[in-house]
Design a protein around this ligand. Structure first.
Ligand code: MRU
Length: 373
């Protein structure tokens, strides 16, 4: 007989299974009321400190994205939309006319876009914003700035709506009492609203379906430990934090009925890039016969990307493996490190891809293409 699995961490955790979380009501990204800055939660300080940062110039915006102060594909997209708008206000005030404004914004777009390569939402949001600038050729930059604000707010609103719908659809794949294993962070901090990969957990919880969650800590930057377990436990959801190398035993014990993860870029054949380690979870899930679901908005599906081989994987600083988050270095300085931030899960390992437009099943070349018809 399958073992029962760990108890909720505290009696309070069990008692609050019907309460909603403060965390899910806090936007990870907002526009300051006067429009002069983007306000983000500095995710690198969590779970120890909840602090907000104001981003008013391009370098701070670039650094915030590159350093993962704001992170998670949809949140990066919303942030990028607001960043473009804040910079457009400044450039419009400086520019002599449309041509000067448009070329300054092309430079800003390219600069922000170079901060991280894998999550397609960054380039998607920036292209969408820049499309507004280009569509109003020859017009007064001050007028275009007003339209850019509307566009950035629309990206934010659409993001919240898609997150709700993905969460609803994803929750329909879960039964009361299911155990769900998740990797990295794809909850409210990464997406706004409920989230994507973890959205169904909040949705299920808020609609009276009990779930118990196993959160991979997610080496090397520990998004699962620092962010996912923080969000879920604040929401009163039964969460157990595990090291990445414990996923197999948890599945073998029979505690996991589904795996749910977010995504940074989905190729048109269904190959899905997500946080490094995701493909290993999918391979384990296939071994144990557990459904593996990828959840993300259609803005994360890259129509210019035929397969996972075409996805650029970000390589990050070796010190993230050797020293970050530790008082003392964990390896000799001369030790070589390989530190890809993402990997690609082969489409053959994915049971379904859940988008705000519906649940896609294999063959993904057909079901993903149908989303855009
Ligand atoms: O490097 P990160 O923390 O930005 O990576 C985030 C992830 O891999 C998430 O799972 C993904 O962006 C989906 S967030 C809804």
């Amino acid at each position: 007989m399958a073992e029962e699995g760990p108890e909720p961490a505290t009696p309070e955790a069990a008692a609050t299974q019907t309460a909603t979380s403060g965390v899910t009501n806090v936007d990870a990204v907002e526009l300051r009321a006067d429009g002069g800055a983007v306000v983000i939660i500095d995710q690198t300080l969590l779970p120890n400190r909840l602090e907000y940062l104001e981003l008013a110039d391009a370098k701070d915006m670039y650094d915030a994205i590159f350093q993962l102060k704001v992170r998670g594909a949809p949140a990066i997209g919303v942030c990028a939309g607001y960043c473009y708008y804040v910079l457009a206000r400044q450039e419009a005030a400086r520019a002599a006319g449309y041509e000067e404004f448009a070329s300054a914004m092309e430079r800003q777009r390219a600069y922000l876009n170079s901060s991280r390569p894998t999550a397609v939402n960054l380039s998607w949001a920036l292209s969408r914003m820049h499309g507004v600038t280009l569509a109003h050729q020859g017009e007064d930059p001050a007028g275009i700035v007003g339209l850019l604000r509307d566009e950035a707010v629309a990206i934010h609103r659409e993001d919240l709506a898609m997150s709700e719908e993905i969460s609803r659809l994803g929750a329909s794949l879960l039964k009361d009492g299911d155990g769900v294993l998740t990797h990295c962070n794809a909850g409210p901090l990464a997406c706004l609203g409920y989230g994507t990969g973890q959205g169904p957990l909040y949705y299920a919880h808020d609609h009276g379906k009990r779930v118990r969650v196993f959160a991979d800590e997610t080496r090397p930057l520990l998004q699962g430990a620092r962010l996912t377990s923080y969000e879920l436990s604040r929401a009163g959801i039964d969460v157990t934090l595990i090291c990445d190398n414990m996923a197999s035993i948890v599945m073998k014990n029979g505690w996991v009925q589904a795996c749910m993860v977010g995504c940074d870029r989905v190729a048109m054949n269904g190959d899905a890039a997500n946080k490094i380690g995701t493909s290993g979870v999918a391979i384990l899930a296939a071994h144990y016969g557990i459904p593996f679901y990828v959840l993300g908005p259609t803005s994360t599906i890259d129509r210019d990307c035929p397969t996972g081989d075409d996805i650029k994987i970000e390589q990050r600083d070796p010190d993230e493996i050797k020293t970050m988050f530790y008082a003392k270095p964990k390896a000799l300085p001369e030790v070589k490190c390989y530190n890809p931030a993402f990997d690609v899960t082969d489409h053959s390992l994915i049971t379904a891809i859940v988008t705000e437009k519906g649940i896609c099943r294999p063959p993904y070349t057909q079901s993903l293409a149908a989303l855009f018809e």
